[in-house]
Design a protein around this ligand. Sequence first.
Ligand code: ATP
Ligand code: MG
Ligand code: MG
Length: 404
Amino acid sequence: MDSHVIGVLGGGQLGRMLVEAANNLGIQVAVLDSENAPAKQINPSEKHVTGSFAKSSDVKQLAGKVDVITYEIEHVDTKVLEELEEEKPYVDGTKWSRIQPSWKTVRTIQDKFIQKQHYAKHGIPTAKAIAVGTSHPQGLKDIADQLEFPFMLKSRTEAYDGRGNYPVESVKDIEPALAALKDRPLYAEKWANFKMELAVMVIKTAQEDDQDSWEKNTLAYPTVETIHEDSICKLVYAPPRGISKQTTKAAQDLARQAVSSFLGTGVFGVELFLLEDNSLLVNEIAPRPHNSGHYTIEACHMSQYEAQIRAILPGLASRIPPGATDLTVKAALMLNILGGPQKDSHLLVAQAALDVPGAKVHLYGKGDGRPGRKMGHITITGSSISECEIKMHPLIQWVDAVRA
Ligand code: ATP
Ligand code: MG
Ligand code: MG
């Protein structure tokens, strides 16, 4: 299919599903992560590198073995990527950047405050954000005067699954919030009084950042509804429940416009807030496959993982046909399986899924579970959301029981 070798920074569940897609296409993937990381387990290769995506010497070692570098996580060392690009910008014999999407995109996104400033600069609606320059409580009191209570105190960097967020409801939360997030660079974000959280996976196929060409340079997957519990994604509904076609289309268009403002190709996960007046805000964007796009494996012509593989390779990116992102079913529902109190608690959920016809189980091979750790997911497709909900109901109960 394509003889270029892809190098992936990070080998967790997203890397593993990326490898599954690459295997089907006969495309080689080398992974940089710890030994026996989920993505390596299903992909014997002499090109894997044992180490960390945050360590420059390890990233360089991977770069020496592959043609194109991509990510399954945004918390990578972008300085070394910048150096690697200076040394050798393109895939041999092409004008195709060998780092996709661009390290510049990842650098902007990995600092959530800079990411917010990027949206403001590009006219993309997002919640107002103010940098927190001091850990003195008075600084946050002044910010509260501008944002009003409640607001969200967030770590600018290294955030995931809500670890890095602290809702500040009144003056009395200020000190505990600063204590909980101490030693991290912070910013404050206006509270978004959303009625629903939406997400859209977007494929970007052009290397340049050109917002005016978003209709040409991007493709959108269907808009989905995401339900978070304790700031961790729990359920994904495709399509969203009780939302007009006009709103789902507006979400896709906004997501595509936002993604077109970034450099490089690949898939991007766009998280959105739908407000009471049906207006939309971009919460954040991940420059990689995303939890809200797992459902595409069973429910769309082409999964988000196959899309990532195709979009980052010279010669394949321009050959994603319109319609490839369409649903092949009327509805899909995805449930995350998190770790529980025992190291194998999550397996109770996976085992319960054996009794549900059509429940597709994905276990990530992460070893021992811990409370809140993403260990797997289940997707059910059907002819309506309510059919999927009925089938998923006992599994949601298992998830809640494991969590309790
Ligand atoms: P991940 O990268 O795993 O999606 P994260 O740690 O980067 O998570 P966010 O996406 O910033 O965190 O926030 C997690 C959740 O917290 C959101 O999905 C939303 O439910 C809630 N949240 C975040 N920001 C706000 C806000 N400004 N107003 C209201 N709720 C918010
Ligand atoms: Mg995030
Ligand atoms: Mg998020």
